[in-house]
Design a protein around this ligand. Structure first.
Ligand code: ZN
Length: 327
């Protein structure tokens, strides 16, 4: 009898602890933003008129709608948030290239052998328009593309590659080396299969600190496209600043944040998703803090995550207006 009471008592306690943890996962999380050093070195001021004209277009390939409390920990809101799968097409005088690759028309054939749980959670999306179809619509052939910069090597950022076979892939060496230790072999080698035999060219963000970020790579040597490490989501997640004379600066974040609240509050995704997609929790949260302060200091610069459908749409609307006005 005593044993039975003990078991019931233990069960109730465990249930209460489980419920407590579940409730806690929806509460806001404390971020040590006060410890951030605000002046982290000087960064170059550039002459906007000397910068080239650069066209930047988001190519939305697919999406899924999730409740806000999943996208933003502590949001207490079920409001729908659209998570997009996009590529960015960048037309620079020296190169026509992509940042990430969106989704290929064949993506479902690559996912068919994946576990049901994966296909119903992280790989659950509606294919809207493949990367190949976006490029055809713009009369861009594979051979017109000079290269694609991959923000990182998660499957959903390399999923458009089957539509651009042969196009060189530019990958942060840190990301590539880390992927060799595990990511390439996960999910029956999904990432490796998606990357096909496209040539790979590794780059290093070995240049000076840039806008408060630890190091940089000036892609064309003219200050117009500058890559910076935004680690934590993966070891080598890489952001891209685009500085141009024909419109506002743009800062692409890869997956350092999914929606703007992640760096504005700051707040992670709900731990259920965050823990599955983040390789280093502390580093990823530090990156959110860095972005938080950058965003506060530069309200004129849109910081756009690759899944942030709302910001991407807003950017494309203002871009159409800006380009119409400057013509
Ligand atoms: Zn992603």
């Amino acid at each position: 009898m005593k044993l039975k009471n003990l078991a019931i008592g233990g069960g109730i306690t465990l249930g209460a602890v489980g419920l407590g943890l579940a409730v806690k996962s929806f509460l806001p999380q404390r971020f040590a933003t006060a410890s951030w050093v605000k002046e982290r070195g000087r960064w170059p001021r550039f002459n906007i008129a000397a910068l080239p004209e650069i066209e930047v277009s988001f190519l939305r390939c697919g999406s899924i709608t999730i409740p806000e409390l999943i996208a933003v920990r502590g949001a207490f809101s079920l409001a729908p948030r659209v998570i997009s799968h996009s590529a960015v097409l960048i037309r620079h005088p020296q190169a026509l290239f992509l940042y990430d690759t969106g989704l290929s028309s064949e993506i479902h054939t690559y996912l068919v052998d994946q576990p049901l749980f994966f296909r119903k959670t992280l790989a659950n999306f509606q294919l809207e328009q493949s990367l190949g179809s976006h490029l055809t619509e713009r009369r861009i052939g594979r051979s017109d593309l000079d290269f694609a910069v991959l923000s990182h090597l998660h499957w959903d950022h390399v999923s458009g590659i089957p539509d651009i076979s042969g196009v060189p892939l530019h990958i942060n060496r840190v990301e590539y080396e880390a992927a060799k230790l595990g990511l390439f072999d996960e999910r029956h080698g999904l990432v490796r299969r998606l990357m096909g035999d496209n040539p790979v060219e590794l780059f290093d963000c070995a240049g000076p600190t840039y806008e408060g970020f630890r190091s940089s790579l000036d892609l064309f040597g003219d200050g117009s496209v500058v890559l910076v490490p935004l680690p934590g989501h993966t070891a080598g997640n890489t952001g891209m600043f685009i500085n141009r004379s024909n419109g506002p600066r743009v800062f692409l974040l890869g997956d350092a944040a999914w929606v703007s609240e992640n760096y504005m509050r700051p707040a992670t995704l709900h731990p259920f998703i965050w823990s599955r997609v983040t390789s280093d929790d502390a580093t990823a949260r530090q990156t959110l803090i860095d972005l938080h302060y950058y965003a506060l200091q530069h309200p004129e610069v849109p910081l756009i995550g690759m899944h942030d459908a709302a910001l991407q749409e807003q950017y494309m609307r203002s871009e159409k207006f800006t380009q119409a006005m400057t013509r």
